[in-house]
Ligand binder design. Sequence first.
Ligand SMILES: O=C(O)c1ccccc1N[C@@H]1O[C@H](COP(=O)(O)O)[C@@H](O)[C@H]1O
Length: 214
Amino acid sequence: MTVSVKICGLRDEASLDAVVAAGADFVGFVFFPPSPRAVTPDQAGALIARLPAAGPVPVGLFVDASDETIAAVLAAAPLRLLQLHGKETPERVAAIRARFGIPVMKALGIATEEDLRAAAAFAPVVDRFLFDAKPPPGGPLPGGNAQPFEWRLMARQAIPRPWLLAGGLTPGNVAEAIRTAGAPGVDVSSGVERSRGVKDPALIRAFVAAAKGR
Ligand SMILES: O=C(O)c1ccccc1N[C@@H]1O[C@H](COP(=O)(O)O)[C@@H](O)[C@H]1O
């Protein structure tokens, strides 16, 4: 089975080119101003313009964003998947999907098996799931915290949509995470950075190779 790989939080051309050359499947742009990885719609649009036609799918990461914010981003950046990483309800997810006509991936924070049960209510209205660690209480970011969760919670779960595993993945642990969780895909941000918010092309290459077993 080929594992899908998403590299998230791209802000510069050299790192974006490394994502493409490494053969990642998805590339993420963060539209959440408190994040050190945040980009403007125009910056994302310029980076997406560099992607080859058969290159990674450009994903926009939003946190409890309004329709107006999403529309303003889409006017400048032709995203092909919307990652909703806040407290969006199934009704809000359905409304965003219907309004913009773009596939949606809902991120859910996981600490216990009980948290995974939340996926059922979202299944009819999402195209993918992303399972991430719960953020530290009171922290500024709901994701991107280099925090793993217990991968064994995912094993043998029948998730009703394609899904990505996220949270604290690195080139060194991603192969074990995939095996333990039985993950069909993975997503990383912190684990391919040389400092917070600054991607490292060598780590990007190493992560994609390790995830895809090359
Ligand atoms: O990366 C961010 O800054 C971010 C901000 C707000 C919500 C989500 C964010 N990133 C997502 O978090 C996970 C895990 O990231 P990490 O590898 O543990 O740093 C990943 O899905 C990113 O897309």
